[in-house]
Write a protein that binds this ligand. Structure first.
Ligand code: SAM
Length: 222
């Protein structure tokens, strides 16, 4: 899987690719990435990448020309382009699974009020929202999308780790415990130390159901 990320603040994105599981996946050649600094594609002498919105209103908008130049430089019209934005469709695990089947994904990191609509019209395949709230940096939402995808790619993490996760079926995940067996007077449920796999499975299914009912009853609606 190859990620190409267009950003005004590449240093935010860079750190993610150089840390933890992602760094290992890059080292192993399972994941490749390229970060394009949008400012490098601005051709006026001040390298201006934003401007006031037509029609008035607060804030600035990322200009079309530098974005288009950056996108053309990587032949983005022939690639899958994702633009995370609060006005996109709700991003889900199903979408992550579908995007993980691609060989290359281009992400545009928005800033300020967002990007010129003509870029969305001309280049973007998926406008996705990571939740019903507004953050200020498209780098963060693009990294959310990248993180949800790369961990599904072959060899990045074990297949067993991906099974029984939240959103695999309609239930959330069951609670986890690790050593010590007693922490500040709080004991791990006896069943988890019983060695009785059938009983453990039954307990986990019950907990899964309870958690989903409490935290996300909407998932059980159908
Ligand atoms: N004016 C925009 C609106 O009201 O929809 C919000 C722009 S936000 C301040 C700046 C950038 O952060 C967006 O262009 C997008 O890239 C990113 N962003 C903010 N909230 C997001 C969300 N819920 N999902 C995905 N991206 C988001």
């Amino acid at each position: 899987m190859r990620f190409k990320i267009l950003s005004l603040f590449p240093e935010i994105v860079e750190g993610f690719f150089k840390s933890s599981i992602m760094a290992k996946a890059v080292d192993k050649g399972l994941i490749e990435y390229e970060i394009l600094n949008i400012r490098d594609y601005a051709y006026d002498k001040h390298k201006k990448c934003d401007d006031y919105p037509f029609g008035g209103g607060a804030g600035m908008v990322l200009k079309a020309e530098p974005l288009a130049e950056a996108l053309d430089s990587i032949n983005a019209k022939n690639k899958t382009v994702v633009f995370p934005t609060p006005s996109g469709v709700k991003y889900t695990q199903k979408m992550a699974e579908s995007l993980a089947k691609e060989s290359e994904i281009v992400l545009i990191c928005g800033r300020y009020e967002g990007i010129d609509q003509r870029i969305i019209d001309e280049y973007v395949d998926h406008e996705v929202s990571i939740g019903d709230y507004v953050i200020s940096s498209g780098e963060i939402s693009s990294l959310v999308v990248i993180d949800s995808i790369y961990r599904l790619c072959d060899g990045v993490i074990t297949k067993e780790s991906l099974q029984e996760e939240s959103f695999q079926g309609k239930y959330l995940e069951y609670p986890h415990y690790t050593r010590p067996a007693e922490f500040r007077g709080l004991k791990v449920p006896d069943i988890l130390m019983s060695g009785n796999h059938e009983a453990i499975e039954k307990w986990r299914n019950k907990k899964r159901y309870e958690k989903t009912l409490n935290n996300r009853p909407d998932l059980l609606e159908d």
